[in-house]
Design a protein around this ligand. Structure first.
Ligand SMILES: NC(=O)c1ccc[n+]([C@@H]2O[C@H](COP(=O)([O-])OP(=O)(O)OC[C@H]3O[C@@H](n4cnc5c(N)ncnc54)[C@H](OP(=O)(O)O)[C@@H]3O)[C@@H](O)[C@H]2O)c1
Length: 240
């Protein structure tokens, strides 16, 4: 009853590591061709190689998504290499933790430039492709911090709340084009962003894994296009 995603084209931001990498590889396992965006070329190339070994086409676009020109160039490149996008995963993001007054204003602002404006730049570049096809899926990775603020995360929480608002409004705007726009709001996931190198391998196993989220995303994408879960919270069982 759902839809077949085999042969579709997905662009994934922040695809060099963590949740983005796991999602790109999970999509490749489902025979989806993948366009990979981030700033570190070497990591993207490794993911592309792994995806290609699963039998799909993979293309790499190096860009800082906070910069609109770089974001536009990345999307032009991926469209040229793979064709227009059926799926966009706005996953790239940075964390910032520290007290409100002690946080450097530049860092506070930069969190918005990546998490909010980066998502805006990439979506703005991809959306016309989806409107033209009269179909598409845009998944924005927000956070449990985008639903509930926690002490020491004003910039991160505010940026992820902004992603929620942008997602909800855009969803209302483009639903008539058969485009589904929705957020995922994970709590702690065992990645570099959340833990740096502080976790040993044994501890890592206790936390939600990037692969868990990737599988969840694929299950959402396979739903019949007439239905979608517009907001969901992914919570790990108590890892402590
Ligand atoms: N891990 C968690 O507990 C957790 C929980 C809730 C939500 N999230 C969200 O999940 C998303 C992925 O996080 P993750 O945990 O997988 O983190 P991660 O392992 O640090 O991966 C982040 C990815 O984003 C890319 N990136 C960062 N800044 C960028 C920029 N300016 N332009 C382009 N790419 C950029 C990074 O690559 P480069 O550095 O090479 O550019 C990297 O590929 C983020 O939006 C995060 O807020 C994470």
């Amino acid at each position: 009853m759902g839809q077949d995603i085999q042969g579709k084209v997905a662009y994934i931001t922040g695809a060099g590591s963590g949740i983005g990498r796991a999602t790109a590889l999970q999509l490749a396992k489902e025979s989806v061709n993948v366009g990979l965006i981030a700033r570190t070329e070497s990591k993207l190339k490794e993911v592309a190689k792994e995806a290609e070994s699963l039998g799909v086409k993979a293309s790499v676009a190096v860009a800082d998504i906070a910069n609109m020109d770089e974001a536009n160039q990345a999307i032009d490149h991926l469209q040229h290499e793979l064709g227009s996008a059926d799926i966009l995963i706005n996953n790239a993001g940075i964390g910032l933790h520290g007290s409100f007054l002690e946080t450097d204003p530049k860092d506070w602002k930069h969190t918005f430039e990546v998490n909010v404006f980066g998502t805006y730049h990439i979506t703005r570049a991809v959306l016309p492709q989806m409107i033209e096809k009269d179909q598409g899926d845009i998944i924005n990775i927000s956070s449990s911090n985008g639903l509930k603020g926690t002490a020491g995360s004003t910039a991160y929480s505010a940026s992820k709340f902004a992603v929620q608002g942008m997602t909800e409004a855009l969803m209302q705007e483009v639903r008539r084009h058969n485009i589904r726009v929705f957020t995922l709001n994970p709590s702690l996931v065992a990645t570099e962003l959340a833990f740096g190198d502080k976790l040993d391998e044994q501890d890592q196993e206790k936390f939600m894994q990037p692969e868990d989220l990737a599988e969840y995303m694929v299950s959402q994408l396979k739903l019949h296009p007439r239905i979608f879960i517009k907001q969901s919270l992914q919570w790990a069982t108590n890892p402590f």
